[in-house]
Design a binder for this molecule. Structure first.
Ligand code: KDG
Ligand code: MG
Length: 396
């Protein structure tokens, strides 16, 4: 089966998504998610101007060969734009091949390692009482694992949802490490008292601390027995994770901004983290993620794919198939997609009592409605920018 046609569609059903459709012989269509939040059109151009003309006419079922052709053949390697483009092609090729063979994708990835994949939901509140209420709601909805984020006394929307800004330019938010560190340990100790050992608690620091601050926080969170503390410091300098690791037993999750096995090699090989969070789309696709997971398995690191609503339902389906097959997968992030997106992406996976069940339809099990997508044109949008009390830029 050859790749006969390739199209990229941008749409914004509640938020921006970029979808790659690869058509193979016989008219079978494979889908890939090419969404890179805030830099969507860079990936569109990379695909349309540089990648797609080179894959038309190639054998679609030789996925590894095509991956190496795109990765090594471009000379310039790595980074989020390049790897998201390769990730989208790779995802679409796996979808195409599984549809061509008439099997759900997890079958091609080694078959089932598990019946279903544990999910964690998100809870957010303007203050600790509201955050605890939001966590209660997730537990009542059946989640046994909840990521809890909370506003700060003088910054009630810290870590929170957009505030009516259309984000056509980056929204600027304020940050206070002092308020944050004063509040978070108490919140999680209260949550642990409230739930006992039944609920796994997660928290995303979102790259906002220094290694010393992160070690301090990790120590104070130990009595709350966290499932993980995510992205405590930016991951460019991975050696910094050793300073955190050596000073706290709170588990560490990293990886949503990493794009290749080389990006996470030190963190995994030196066992500086417990969970690797690369997404199939941003990490160069399932071909690459399988190799990351294999390296991680040797080092007691578990896979927990990034699953925000700024990746499309195609990415979520890919993560669910991957997590169903890959043994050392721990958990999958779940954030509901905007309601409008249901008209554009029809999925066959199910969420049942806090666990994902992969769809049994061939391929990824996602149908993309191009006509519906046209009703939601792309709108430029950005992630926020964070500033410290003195006005200098901080890591958002
Ligand atoms: O585009 C950035 C978001 O995907 C990110 O901020 C979400 O940190 C995130 C998470 O853990 O889902
Ligand atoms: Mg995160």
């Amino acid at each position: 089966m050859k790749v006969e046609d390739a199209t990229v569609i941008t749409c914004s059903p509640g938020r921006n998504y970029v979808t790659l459709q690869l058509t193979g012989g016989g008219g079978t269509v494979g889908l890939g998610d090419a969404t890179l939040n805030g830099r969507e059109l860079a990936v569109v151009s990379y695909l349309q101007d540089h990648v797609l003309p080179t894959i038309i006419g190639r054998t679609a079922t030789n996925i590894e060969e095509l991956w190496q052709f795109l990765y090594r053949g471009s000379y310039w390697r790595g980074g989020p734009v390049t790897m998201t483009a390769i990730g989208a092609v790779d995802m679409a090729l796996w979808d195409l091949k599984a549809k061509w063979l008439g099997v759900p994708l997890y079958e091609l990835l080694g078959g089932r390692s598990r019946e279903c994949l544990r999910a964690y939901g998100h809870a957010w509140g303007r203050d600790p009482a509201a955050a605890m209420q939001a966590a209660d709601d997730m537990v009542a909805a059946g989640f046994s694992a909840v990521r809890v984020q909370c506003g700060l006394p003088s910054l009630p929307f810290a870590f929170g949802p957009a505030q009516g800004n259309d984000s056509s330019l980056p929204r600027e938010e304020q940050w206070s490490t002092d308020e944050y560190l004063a509040l978070i340990p108490g919140l999680f100790l209260s949550l642990r008292d409230r739930y006992g050992p039944q609920v796994s608690l997660l928290h995303d620091v979102h790259h906002r601390l220094t290694p010393t601050e992160a070690a301090w926080l990790g120590q104070r969170l130990e009595p709350a027995r966290m499932y993980w503390m995510e992205d405590p410091v930016p991951a460019e300098r991975q050696e910094s994770y050793r300073a955190i690791r050596q000073r706290t037993t709170t588990p560490i999750a990293v990886g949503e901004v990493l794009n290749s096995v080389y990006d996470c090699q030190q963190l995994i090989e030196q066992e500086l983290i417990d969970f690797i969070r690369m997404a199939p789309a941003h990490g160069g696709g399932l071909t690459a993620l399988k190799k990351v997971a294999a390296l991680a398995e040797v080092h007691h690191v578990q896979l927990a794919c990034h699953g925000p609503s700024d990746l499309s339902p195609i990415s979520l389906a890919a993560a669910i198939h991957c997590g169903t097959a890959v043994w050392n997968t721990a958990i999958q992030e779940y954030v509901p997609h905007p309601a409008e997106s249901a008209a554009v992406f029809r999925t066959s996976h199910r969420l049942e009592k806090g666990y994902f069940v992969a769809g049994d339809t061939p391929g990824l099990g996602v149908e993309f409605n191009e006509k519906a997508a046209q009703r939601y044109p792309y709108k430029r949008a950005y992630l926020p920018v964070l500033r410290r009390p003195d006005g200098s830029v901080a890591d958002w």
